[in-house]
Write a protein that binds this ligand. Sequence first.
Ligand code: SF4
Length: 474
Amino acid sequence: MAIHEECGVFGMIGEVNPTIARDVYYGLYALQHRGQESCGIVINDDGIFASHKDTGLVGEVFSERELSDLPAGGMAIGHVRYATTGGNTRNNIQPMIVSHQKGNLCLAHNGNLTNSLYLRDKLELSGAIFHSTSDTEVISYVITRERLKTASIEQAVLNAIRYFEGAFSLVMMSSTKLIAVRDPKGFRPLCYGKRNDGSYVIASESCALNAVGASFVRDLEPGEMLVFSGENIECGPVSYREYCGGKKSPCIFEYIYFARPDSMIDGISVHETRVRAGRILAREHPVCADVVVGVPDSGLDAAIGFSVESGIPYEIGLVKNKYVGRSFIFPTKGQRTDTVRIKLSPVKSVLNNKRVVLIDDSIVRGTTSKRIISILREAGAKEIHLRISSPPFKHPCFYGVDVDSEDNLIANHHSPEDIARLIGADSIGFLPMDSLGEMSGCELYCSACFDGKYPTGIPDDTRKDRFEKKLSEV
Ligand code: SF4
């Protein structure tokens, strides 16, 4: 897969906790799949923000020493990031801290604003100076400007939201409050939970609540803002719903690929949706075969579903080397080493002389699928029937996911039959577009990378007209 989620966010609030840095660290570890390029933790130590952030995986950025150096605190925010918007410069590492006349604001963001360049232009014309290239700084700037005009941070955030278009799941921290916001369309997930010690936890995915011993309370509704006050945490959060009730469009690809299978998003199990995708594939693209094999990791659940529906036995036919991470020294251009072969190894006893149904979550360029198929052939597979648990990937994402350019998406230029031929499969079958609802159990969702129907429209210059009125007030 050449598709990357951009970020994961995490926040905690409760009584002063001497191990709060470790708790956030465990939460970020559980969200590592959402971003592997940089990460950071900011602790609110009685109104003073202490932070550590750097490029690298959570386990690389935080050693025992960094965690011990961070203070105790009653509130903290963490972030993992995969850089697309703004690139991977140090200034873009989150959480971001902004100081203003009324105090400090710390902010972590998952998603992409689709009007960020336009907002930035407008704000620069009115004298704003930006220190990074990320849309998160644009968000923090607009909130800070509103804060100077309003009596409370929550009112400032509510005022600021009306300027933002696109995807934003935010966790923010002032000196006394922890605030979580999910954009009105609910592109990216965001949920909260509670621990037995009375502290509250906010996270991109419920798997991070489990990691710190918090029980899931609920997902934030699209458009909802939750405010937790450090001064009366026992009262729980206050919910602001001014932006709720519009047409929502949560990202369907969270269920297909991004989220961890042990997470629940909007009340729906990610694992179950993937199993259902496999069952649908077996019904829609049946085939006579001896064994079903999933491409680890995100093809495994759908492979189980295909096996259950078709009655063809499920087997582990590919083993993933879990230790090929950032620190792995990848071959140089001139070397003829095959990185797919280093990451995935075939189980010959499962594959030899077998007709194989191979399940993967998506095809982007087709190069990885081609390599996997040749590895299976070398291991003795007699036939390989590729089944993909998503529709053909044809369009870019503007909502916080790094997708290859349209020109490089194989499904953009080739029919399924052509793709099968190009990658060396005996047959291929994609999840039908009209089964995404059955797969996910969602009535409304974003599927723009498959059908090109962008819930906010394509962000281009025509958008300027739409925002002109609102931005005259910025
Ligand atoms: Fe998700 Fe695709 Fe929509 Fe992006 S375009 S939010 S990846 S469904």
